[in-house]
Design a protein around this ligand. Sequence first.
Ligand SMILES: Nc1nc(=O)c2c([nH]1)NC[C@@H]1CN(c3ccc(C(=O)N[C@@H](CCC(=O)O)C(=O)O)cc3)C=[N+]21
Ligand SMILES: [Mg+2]
Length: 281
Amino acid sequence: MTQIIDGKKISAEIKDELKEKVSALKAEGKEITLAVIQVGNDPASTVYVGNKKKSCAYIGIRSLAYELPEDTTEEELLSLVNQLNESRDVHGILVQLPLPKQINEDKIIKAIAPAKDVDGFHPQSVGALSIGQPGFVSCTPAGIIQLLKRSGITIDGKECVIVGRSNIVGKPMALLLLRENGTVTVCHSHTKNLKEVCKRADILVAAIGKPKFFNHEYIKEGAVVIDVGIHRNENNKLCGDVDYDDVFPHVSAITPVPGGVGPMTIAMLMYNCVQAAEMEI
Ligand SMILES: Nc1nc(=O)c2c([nH]1)NC[C@@H]1CN(c3ccc(C(=O)N[C@@H](CCC(=O)O)C(=O)O)cc3)C=[N+]21
Ligand SMILES: [Mg+2]
């Protein structure tokens, strides 16, 4: 029997836990605020930002939306980030990526105060994670750890193979699985014999960015498959990096798309916002 890892349900559980915590904080007089900045109006970004605002409303976090025009300059965005860094009323700052080409993303990420870096993208947050010190953790990989733990899947001692080495998913995923005592391999575009390497995995994290790339030839019988991909076809139907129907009979557990990793990313963003507010004196 294949277990479908229900990201929608698990994210709802986490959000309910956070909702309780937020009302307790409110009773002490603390109102949590997340500032969300979107530059331009990429339709996918608008969907994700909308989901973030909805989750904030559900949990009781105040969200401040900044919708800036596509032709915003780097200086203008930096000045908004600095203003939010200094605001005592703002606990978390999220700058939705990707940014238009005239803006250097690294420069913006570096400008966010690490104490408000709820995305966990700042070099200080990444550095802290890599040496096991407290700090914000990138939401997608943090959400994947929660999916595994709350589905009763052990990581300790397992062969974990990650396909993709982005700063936002692949690299922090490797560090988190390592922290849980997994044996971690990270694959990328130069990896030789990708199928063979993937076939070693007890836990496969697919983050290659190609629709339905992974079929059963990449899967060891009984593996756990986590699909980070999100692609939209002509008919607006979503799919992941994994050919779900093809691998389904071969796996012990798998995340669907939609309803797998995506909702967890948002739940962990909410978690980080609560952390940001709790850490503040
Ligand atoms: N600064 C920043 N932080 C991010 O965390 C960030 C970002 N930029 N840029 C884009 C990616 C992508 N991302 C997703 C969030 C929610 C879903 C999500 O809710 N997915 C739903 C489906 C949503 C739909 O219908 O499209 C699901 O998989 O079930 C997906 C992807 C956050 N990102
Ligand atoms: Mg996703």
